[in-house]
Design a protein around this ligand. Structure first.
Ligand SMILES: NC(=O)c1ccc[n+]([C@@H]2O[C@H](COP(=O)([O-])OP(=O)(O)OC[C@H]3O[C@@H](n4cnc5c(N)ncnc54)[C@H](O)[C@@H]3O)[C@@H](O)[C@H]2O)c1
Length: 260
């Protein structure tokens, strides 16, 4: 009989996590590191990334920070090459960096559309473009893309964000079809409102009082609370681990029942 722990163990695996210096990404750096992975924490926020690298290494996790803007073709290419050079392989990719601008198409400036779609959708394409060949060379792997409940249904005053997240959900399916032959699984996790700096910033963009906005975001959910970054990290661990070996192309909603 298989050892129960083996299914969740990430010992010997190397994970790349974008948007790793905050919120859901940071919780996932800790979670995958805790389960044995060596983690490349990727973010544009160099100051925080370096501080966290030091802190997490002191806690015994093998985490290395890489400054990389996921909207840059060149930086994504360099990142993939550098992680392969440093760790020898890449088994897990969590495409998680994302930004939100809470505006309708009428109010969105073109540059706001571009930043949301470039970080949230194009970044997943670019990072996957350079990491998939490395994963395939190593015998396969697992890619997890962060979608959103608003990738599966629409939301108010978030036109570019909804477009980018809808794109993530279907990009995930397309990649699952193309790369199954390389033993690469591709799935999306689709969080509902989760207490992170991004959610709090959305409240500010809409002109709400922060605490009232958070309370309101939790309302109406069957499980009656906001998500925590760790709630989402747990679902990423599932897709990164052997427990999901025959799952690819799936869109998992992790939202306390919000869009049930
Ligand atoms: N928090 C929520 O309620 C919620 C709900 C659904 C989906 N999501 C998605 O989860 C993901 C993580 O969001 P979060 O809430 O943890 O946000 P967050 O703001 O806490 O973290 C996002 C991180 O991405 C980094 N980042 C931004 N632009 C980047 C770029 N160009 N290149 C590299 N890194 C960049 C930021 O520096 C930050 O560290 C996003 O894709 C977001 O859309 C969040």
């Amino acid at each position: 009989m298989a050892n129960r722990k083996d299914f969740l163990s990430l010992d010997g695996k190397v994970a790349v996590i974008t948007g790793g210096a905050s919120g859901i990404g940071l919780a996932t750096v800790k979670k995958l590191g805790d389960f044995g992975a060596k983690v490349a924490m990727v973010d544009v926020n160099e100051k925080e990334g370096k501080r966290l690298e030091e802190e997490l290494n002191k806690e015994g996790l093998e985490v290395k920070f890489y400054k990389c803007d996921v909207t840059s073709n060149l930086e994504c290419k360099d990142l993939a090459e550098n992680v392969q050079k440093d760790f020898g392989r890449i088994d897990i990719l969590f495409n998680n960096a994302g930004v939100a601008r809470r505006k309708s198409v009428v109010d969105l400036e073109e540059k706001e559309w571009d930043i949301v779609v470039d970080v949230t959708l194009k970044g997943a394409y670019l990072m996957s473009k350079y990491i998939i060949p490395i994963m395939a060379e190593g015998g396969g792997g697992s890619i997890i893309n962060t979608g959103s409940g608003w990738g599966l249904k629409g939301g108010d005053d978030a036109a570019a964000y909804c477009a980018a997240k809808g794109g993530i959900v279907n990009l995930t399916r397309a990649m699952a079809i193309d790369h199954g032959k390389d033993n690469i699984r591709v799935n999306s996790v689709n969080p509902g409102d989760t207490d992170t700096p991004l959610l709090r910033d959305e409240g500010r963009q809409l002109g709400f009082n922060e605490e009232a906005f958070l309370k309101d975001s939790a309302k109406g959910r069957p499980l009656e609370r906001l998500g925590t970054p760790e709630d989402i990290a747990n679902s990423v661990l599932f897709f990164a681990s052997g427990l999901s070996e025959w799952i690819t192309g799936a869109a998992l909603v992790v939202d306390g029942g919000g869009i049930a």
